[in-house]
Design a protein around this ligand. Structure first.
Ligand code: PL3
Ligand code: FE2
Ligand code: FE2
Length: 240
């Protein structure tokens, strides 16, 4: 079959080809929940890095820097909602994060740095990076610029977790496997909860899962897990 030269020069993804009406009631209704999730997620991230200063006092300065970035991200996404005249549904967002939030608090109270880093610096950051990467091409102009700036910084947060866990891999390994078994299935549940709203925004669940698996798998690999272990860990609880 011949491929029209235009197709090769100007690839238009099916999602971009579908015009999104950012002002429509349907779009804004879905945005009220997704926007709230992101605002709450940035808040949780901010609080979690602050909390981690108590568990990793020698990393205090760096962690406070990360926490400050999360606060900026939150302000940026709050502006995105306001720009579309959307009121974020914060009750929905708090319920969305409740389980991961509880597990982080429990781990922090037990002084379990490994679980805390797995939840925040690996799982939540990879979830954010995947979501933001998929959102950028379908975002409105205002939100796209903000999200592009944010996603770059999220990689440095993921990097922080990777570095620490890599340096402590021998003692952290079993704890990571156990914490992954408990917390990764929660992420798949969370993804199912947002899937319908995300689709309204032009984001496909399959693309989110794929991007998450890539980020998370790479992170686990950088920390020291071998390919076989990465496959097992990153698919934990992902039942089709
Ligand atoms: C950590 O720095 C931030 C944590 C935020 C978590 C975000 C999860 C997002 C899931 C929903 C996908 C929609 C993304 C749209 C962006 C406005
Ligand atoms: Fe962030
Ligand atoms: Fe972050």
């Amino acid at each position: 079959m011949m491929i029209a030269p235009q197709t090769l020069l100007e690839p238009v993804s099916p999602l971009e080809a579908t015009a999104l009406d950012y002002q429509s009631a349907t779009y804004r209704d879905a945005y009220s929940r997704i926007n709230a999730i992101v605002i709450e997620g940035e808040q949780e991230a901010h609080d979690n890095y602050q909390r981690l200063t108590e568990l990793l006092p020698d990393q205090r300065e760096r962690l406070l820097e990360l926490a400050k970035m999360e606060k900026r991200h939150q302000k940026g996404f709050t502006a995105c909602g306001r720009n579309l005249d959307v009121v974020p549904d914060m009750d929905f967002a708090r319920a969305f994060f409740a389980e991961l939030h509880g597990n982080f608090q429990q781990a922090a109270a037990a002084g379990d740095v490994v679980t805390c880093l797995l939840i925040q610096a690996l799982i939540i950051e990879c979830f954010a990076i995947a979501a933001y990467n998929i959102y950028i091409p379908v975002a409105d102009d205002f939100a796209r610029k903000i999200t592009e700036g944010v996603v770059k910084e999220e990689y440095s947060h993921l990097n922080f977790g990777e570095e620490w866990l890599k340096a402590n891999f021998a003692t952290a390994k079993e704890g990571l496997i156990a914490a992954n078994r408990i917390n990764l299935p929660i992420v798949w549940k969370m993804l199912n909860v947002v899937a319908d709203d995300a689709r309204v925004l032009g984001m496909e669940k399959e693309a989110l899962v794929e991007d998450f698996m890539i980020q998370y798998g790479e992170a686990l690999n950088n920390i020291g897990f071998n390919t076989r272990e990465v496959m097992k860990l990153s698919a934990m609880g992902l039942a089709a």
